[in-house]
Design a protein around this ligand. Structure first.
Ligand SMILES: [Zn+2]
Ligand SMILES: [Zn+2]
Length: 282
């Protein structure tokens, strides 16, 4: 004859198990405890109050395991709660983040390192889908940061300008051009190209002292900021240029080289045939 689970029952009368230990009233240990808890909420509350530290320790040890086991139910419950208490939850989150900023930083860093590829991919996609929004946000946060760290950002800017002189000058000119609503633009790379093409010599006097990129028709006279309005001049020739009418010192070969340089870009950017109609504005 099979051994009975308890004197009066073959199995737990609630859940039917024969595995767990028998407790009173034909219930297994687990069912009995559940029932007792249901019937004695006040005692539970009291016990929790008195054993906060113990509970904390227990959760630390078993919380993750418990969560993994009951994921779906927990997530559902949390979601419901969060929806019902939106403001409170947001407030708590904010407070928590403030109280745990160091911890959060570390956690984010680790999370990023563990999921680098995925995150980079997501960020890239988001940025390409929300270009204008991202640009505005970055502008705002960049300004905020610079206002907060004036000396630091000034130093960084100085360093960057030193390392990227032509790029920096291109930015400067772009700013000035924008102020005047000038047509066209050029990059630091374009400036380097022009300097090299001019053999790092002034196109007026052939000197190589204090060279700069010059607008042939000045921005102040509605000249373009594009590459076809640029030449290389030394400071002396530049300042003696004044308001003379004919101040284009570029040779025909120089101009042709600029055209074909820009045409290559044009072809690459637009993936079109390299034949360029004569006189086309690029
Ligand atoms: Zn049971
Ligand atoms: Zn010169």
């Amino acid at each position: 004859m099979m051994k009975k689970w308890s004197p009066d029952f073959d199995r737990c009368r609630i859940c039917g198990t024969t595995e767990r230990k028998h407790m009173a009233k034909g219930m297994c240990n687990s069912c009995y405890q559940k029932q007792w808890k249901k019937e004695n909420p006040e005692s539970i509350k009291q016990w929790r109050k008195e054993n906060k530290e113990k509970i904390k320790q227990y959760n630390k040890q078993h919380g993750k395991q418990y969560y993994e086991k009951n994921k779906e139910i927990i997530n559902k419950k949390n979601k419901l709660y969060n929806e019902k208490n939106k403001e409170l939850v947001a407030q708590r989150k904010k407070q928590w983040a403030l109280n745990n900023s160091d911890h959060l930083k570390l956690y984010r860093k680790r999370y990023y390192q563990e999921n680098k590829d995925k995150i980079d991919r997501q960020v890239k996609q988001y940025r390409s889908e929300n270009r204008e929004l991202v640009r505005q946000r970055e502008k705002a946060s960049g300004k905020k940061y610079r206002d907060k760290n004036k000396e630091k950002s000034r130093e960084r800017k100085r360093r960057w300008e030193k390392d990227n002189p032509e790029k920096a000058r291109a930015y400067g000119m772009r700013r000035r051009a924008k102020k005047r609503n000038a047509e066209g633009n050029h990059t630091g790379k374009d400036r380097k190209f022009l300097m090299d093409l001019a053999d790092n010599k002034c196109q007026c006097c052939g000197g190589s002292d204090r060279l700069a990129i010059d607008h042939i028709i000045p921005l102040s006279k509605n000249g373009s900021n594009g590459i076809f309005n640029l030449q290389v001049l030394c400071l002396f020739c530049n300042s003696s240029k004044g308001n003379h009418r004919n101040t284009d010192y570029r040779s025909l070969e120089f101009l042709q080289a600029v055209y074909s340089y820009r045409a290559e870009d044009w072809v690459r950017m637009h993936k079109i045939s390299p034949e360029l109609p004569i006189g086309a504005t690029i």
